[in-house]
Design a protein around this ligand. Structure first.
Ligand code: ATP
Length: 453
């Protein structure tokens, strides 16, 4: 099979900020003629607004603008988009301002009157440099994260089984559906599948299906050849890599049909286009909702459901793998101590017990956030129960507010029974695990005022 084509200049977006209309229009016409997507602005304000609306690859910016100077604008634009390359236009002979522009982060400069040959030559250089720069960034990122499988922390039995399943499925390069509650690690596992698969050297691109209006989402996914919006689409740019479609249930029905087509026929069509292209990537989808229920409610396409459901992996919620908590806690303490520059190295056994009794509706992400907060609150080197978020257990204060042993025991009895009941809502099973008779369990629930559900 042939390599995916290099994107043409029409995917290269250039912003021109120049107050002299004649110069601006002439530059605009020249660059559009060269195949670039061009946006024009006449002032700092307009330039900034355009840079907020979309990510440009290059900005060509006059040094003197009616409402400010081009160098300041460049700095503001760099804050919005650090990989923007800026060419500053200076008046002929003003070497000082050109030097100033360089030292403040401009890639190059042009002098007025702008010579088209000079501009074309400098743009060629910018884009060559930019491609190298992005490639370099990508390599550095990969070096920093050698294998996503290493990032999965935990050694509970359910997690071990999950990792086993993932390694088996990863090598087949088949499409996969990951189901699991929010924060269970679906994206992490999607990356692990990619990293353990045969195309691990290729790109991994993630899209959240519910985060944009349908037109934008479809253009981003399938590409667009519409006037004013030309983009290749990630099903194409991913090449033979992996596309991760997060929260697939949020995909509008029409878009679901297009995706089904891309999966079934391994081809897709850009929005407003007439030339289909081959889809070569692996598609990993995720859902925190029950897709079968959505099929019943007619908000999810049945055909797509059966297509995706073929290779499905369930990521168990954290409450079904409590044994992972101590390792995850250590991992998150190390992570947050480092980024917050604190000396926290551990959590007391009391803290771990409390963490294992919590409900974790937000799963691993919630645990991550709770530990971050605890590291911030912690004065010593070991996290104490009082450093934990007070509402974590949903039971008011995590610690008894008395030294009286009997009340403390009652408090822990309540915590323990609540945790077991959360893990095993079936009371017979819970009673068996607690080594209590069923009627004793009912009595405890009443005496200790335990809320169920
Ligand atoms: N086993 C794990 N080991 C280490 N970190 C984990 C683990 N599981 C999840 N995480 C971390 O928890 C956070 C949430 O994970 P992720 O975003 O993959 O979850 P998700 O299921 O895709 O969430 P959502 O459904 O909300 O998109 C991330 O920071 C991730 O790195």
């Amino acid at each position: 099979m042939t390599e995916p084509e290099k994107p043409s200049t029409s995917y290269r977006k250039i912003l021109i900020v120049e107050d002299e209309e004649i110069i601006r229009n002439t530059l605009g016409e020249f660059l559009t003629g060269e195949g670039f997507q061009v946006t024009q602005a006449g002032t700092v304000d307009e330039g900034l607004k355009a840079a907020k609306d979309q990510d440009f690859h290059v900005a060509i910016c006059d040094i003197q603008l009616p409402d400010g100077d081009g160098i300041k604008l460049m700095k503001q634009m760099h804050r919005l988009n650090p990989s923007l390359f800026v060419l500053i236009i200076t008046a002929y002979g003003t070497v000082e301002s050109a030097v100033d522009a360089f030292t403040r982060g401009a890639f190059d400069y042009l002098t007025k009157p702008v010579i088209f040959d000079d501009l074309a030559h400098k743009l060629k250089r910018v884009f060559e440099y930019r491609d190298l720069y992005l490639e370099n960034q990508k390599l550095r990122l990969e070096l920093a994260q050698p294998n996503r499988f290493d990032q999965i922390v935990g050694s509970s039995e359910p997690l071990k089984q999950l990792q086993d399943t993932i390694s088996k499925i990863a090598v087949t390069n088949s499409n996969v559906l990951l189901v699991g509650e929010t924060g269970t690690g679906k994206e992490l596992f999607a990356r692990a599948i990619h990293s353990a698969g045969p195309m691990k050297e290729e790109k991994f691109l993630a899209v959240n299906c519910g985060s944009r209006p349908v037109e934008m989402l479809e253009a981003e996914l399938f590409g667009s050849d519409s006037p004013g919006n030309t983009q290749p689409g990630i099903l194409r740019t991913s090449g033979k890599g992996t596309v991760f479609l997060d929260e697939i249930a949020r995909l509008p029905m029409g878009t679901q049909t297009k995706l089904l087509r891309a999966i079934e026929y391994e081809e897709s069509m850009p929005v407003g286009g007439s030339e289909p292209y081959e889809v070569q990537c692996r598609i990993i989808t995720s859902s925190s909702e029950d897709l079968l229920r959505l099929v019943g409610e007619e908000t999810f396409q049945e055909d797509l459901f059966y297509r995706l459901d073929g290779v499905k992996i369930r990521i168990p919620p954290l409450r079904e793998r409590l044994d992972d908590i101590p390792e995850l806690v250590d991992h998150f303490i190390a992570k947050h101590s480092k980024s917050l520059r604190k000396r926290v190295v551990s959590a007391t056994s009391e803290t771990i017990r409390l963490l294992m009794a919590a409900q974790w509706k937000g799963n691993v992400r919630q645990l991550d956030n709770a530990i971050e907060r605890a590291v911030i609150m912690c004065d010593g080197t070991s996290i104490e129960p009082s450093d934990l978020p007070p509402d974590l257990l949903g039971l008011g204060q995590p610690l008894p507010d008395t030294d009286d042993l009997r009340s403390a025991l009652r408090h822990y009895e309540r915590l323990h029974i609540t945790r077991v009941l959360r893990q095993w809502p079936d009371k017979r099973e819970a009673a068996k695990r607690l080594k209590l008779g069923l009627s004793s369990l009912y009595r405890k629930i009443e005496e200790l005022n335990i809320e169920l559900g």
